[in-house]
Design a protein around this ligand. Structure first.
Ligand SMILES: [Zn+2]
Length: 156
């Protein structure tokens, strides 16, 4: 793992937003199967240019990105996170164009949580910024995006 993509400083920023009970899971089996919301932490280790859809041509520089989503269906958060972590899925959401390029993919589940609340708490931490306005939040009228970049040069 390149030093720039160590999860430790990101974990500190996550704790600033949610407290120490929020911990990253490496596997979907470590998150709850209840309905709620979740955060995916996505490490990109090389520049990524989105190729498809409304955001084609948008560029992501290497680093950590967080995506907040909701999981209300059967299997709850665990089933949704498991889908995100599968390599062979058919792209459906914006984020499906990013996750296949992830060098690391981690998840935090929030039982009974709501994705916009997660975004609001993250955005209260200055080091979480919006790289692509509108990305991942087509269904949301209130958030600038449900996809955030963690800028380690900005002090949490
Ligand atoms: Zn929202």
């Amino acid at each position: 793992v390149p030093q720039g993509l160590s999860v430790r400083p990101l974990r500190t920023a996550l704790e600033t937003a949610f407290g120490s009970r929020a911990t990253f899971a490496k596997s979907a089996s470590d998150v709850a199967s209840e309905p709620g919301a979740y955060i995916l932490a996505i490490a990109i280790d090389r520049p990524l240019t989105l190729a498809a859809g409304r955001f084609a041509g948008a560029q992501l520089s290497p680093g950590w990105y967080l995506y907040a989503g909701s999981a209300k269906g059967p299997g709850g958060i665990r089933a949704r996170v498991a889908r995100h972590m599968r390599a062979d899925k058919r792209p459906h959401w914006h984020i499906d164009h990013v996750t296949p390029c992830a060098q690391r993919l981690l998840a935090v589940g929030f039982s009974a949580g709501h994705e916009c609340d997660l975004v609001e708490k993250l955005r209260a931490v200055p080091s979480f910024t919006v790289p692509i306005p509108g990305f991942g939040s087509s269904d949301c009228a209130s958030c600038a995006s449900h996809f955030l970049r963690w800028d380690r040069s900005i002090r949490a």
